[in-house]
Design a protein around this ligand. Structure first.
Ligand code: BGC
Length: 339
């Protein structure tokens, strides 16, 4: 992933009005992307897909598509400067994986001043911010759905496997590993996962929770602490994403617990490493966060905005949102998701 600007590819003729008033088709477009953290497993896999689809689109249309990707490395002010650079460099559209979802105003204002559309993705802003300007869009997933599906996977695991209830008290004792505080996916996933387990007739007891910021190493540390406190009592680990589920598994591997005594671990994302853990049985299941679908939708939207095509075929909700559905992945169907 290219970090920083580097030499910009020179542009061919951009879409615009010819002398006879006819709209000319672009021969090349430039898409600027900034991600909140290039080491985030899900986001980096989504960007790999995005670049692949851009190359395919270029081949199909004959229009050169230059994609510049920046890493904001967790700093909103760095990201704001990157957007400024991208606008100065003549990007036709800017795709922003916002660092701080409550701080989109600077970016929206700059984009509006330059009349360059912005597509926010993966880290959803509040609706009022999306309404600030009509050329602001969002591509992501239906956050609540992932929590519901994760809760269903956990409830089924409890009902179908008597060993899941290790102390045999009929109650599922759980811990939660949460993503960043304030991230819409973290808040919504935890809430819906737990309420869905209960709605499915399984009684639960929360033992502990830890914020691990989507991060595997942080989750391992948190899980190690929880294991020290609750040892063999934990029956279920609800992780807001696969990387944190894998961090919990890393902690279990270094604990004294025998494999048969591990809690049920459920994740969300279906990243390559997450799917491998479902295939090996270390994770009972995950919820597929359709990075391919999101990358394709973002490319289609970025392309249409850049060349001035209609957005009619893109099925935007309220003219602004594209939200892809999730799907459940268990040991039986994991093979269908693995590349
Ligand atoms: C993904 C996480 C990722 C986060 C980053 C979520 O939708 O499930 O894996 O770390 O987005 O914003």
């Amino acid at each position: 992933m290219a970090a920083g600007l580097g030499a910009l590819v020179s542009l061919g003729s951009m879409a615009g009005c010819g002398t006879d008033g006819q709209v000319q088709k672009a021969t090349s477009i430039k898409i600027g992307v900034t991600v909140y953290d290039q080491y985030d497993t899900f986001v980096s896999q989504m960007m790999t897909d995005f670049n692949e689809y851009a190359a395919e689109q270029e081949e199909q249309t004959g229009i050169a598509i230059n994609v510049e990707v920046y890493n904001a490395a967790g700093s909103q002010s760095t990201q704001n400067s990157q957007v400024e650079e991208m606008l100065d460099a003549g990007c036709n559209v800017i795709c922003v994986n916002l660092v701080d979802r409550t701080e989109p105003t600077t970016i929206i204002d700059m984009a509006e001043k330059n009349n360059v559309p912005v597509i926010f993705f993966n880290r959803e802003l509040v609706e009022e911010d999306l309404e600030r300007w009509d050329r602001v869009y969002y591509v992501g997933a239906k956050a609540f759905e992932s929590g519901i599906m994760q809760g269903e996977i956990a409830a089924d695991a409890f009902k179908e496997n008597p060993d899941a209830d290790k102390n045999g008290d009929g109650v599922f004792q759980y811990v939660v590993l949460e993503g960043e505080a304030g991230h819409q996916d973290a808040i919504v996933r935890t809430e819906y996962a737990v309420s869905t387990i209960i709605d499915n007739g399984v009684e639960v007891e929360k033992l502990a929770y830890g914020i691990a910021n989507w991060n595997r190493a942080q989750a391992q540390t948190k899980m190690t602490q929880m294991l020290a406190e609750y040892d063999g009592e934990i029956e279920l680990v609800i992780a807001n994403n696969d990387d944190m589920a894998l961090g919990a598994i890393d902690a279990l591997k270094t604990s004294h617990l025998k494999r048969a005594d591990w809690p049920v671990v459920v994740g969300i994302d279906g990243t390559d490493v997450g799917l491998a853990a479902v295939a090996s049985g270390e994770m009972v299941g995950t919820v597929y966060n359709d990075k391919e679908g999101q990358a394709q939708a973002m490319l289609d939207l970025a392309y249409a905005l850049s060349v001035g095509d209609t957005l009619d075929d893109l099925n935007l909700e309220n003219g602004k949102y594209i939200r892809l559905p999730y799907s459940k992945v268990g040991s039986r169907d994991v093979k269908n998701y693995m590349k």
